[in-house]
Write a protein that binds this ligand. Sequence first.
Ligand code: ADP
Length: 174
Amino acid sequence: MKIELIKGDITKIHADAIVNAANSSLLGGGGVDGAIHRAGGSKILEECRVIRNRQGKCKTGEAVVTTAGSLPAKHVIHTVGPVWNDNPEKSSQLLSECYKNSLLLAESLGVKTIAFPNISTGIYKFPKELAGKIAVNEVRKFSSDIIEKVIFVCFDDENENIYKKLLDQPFKKE
Ligand code: ADP
């Protein structure tokens, strides 16, 4: 899989799927979640409601898919990142699961290109450096015959610099 880094707004990305840093209610929120629902229109929320009625809340680390409404992407994959708290190990594991489960769901949809925001590094206060390491590591160790390109979309300079550095380093398998 090719990995690309873009600084900007994920709602503008032409990819088969964009990932939303949702909350467990799936009913919208602030940050990137708010931006995706605003730009994509009410179809996304309608489908989120259907999912909620079917399965209840979305658990942290899990992922569900909806239409992308009027966005240039085809699908929105909603994953619930962990809130940074006093259990860094558990939070880190859950953040890894967000990336992995989003990639697995994307594969099942035949997605060739997928864009990720910096999950949990906004309102959920996950330290950016650690979140970046987890994101890059999880994507690099995921091998896929279906997904061809993963785009990390950074919204702020700090994340962009962190990702630049991380992606310059060679991948070491643990
Ligand atoms: P969380 O609740 O998971 O922390 P946030 O939406 O608050 O989610 O933040 C996650 C990341 O998304 C942050 O780094 C934030 O700067 C970034 N972000 C906010 N708006 C956008 C956008 N339109 N496109 C891409 N990234 C965004």
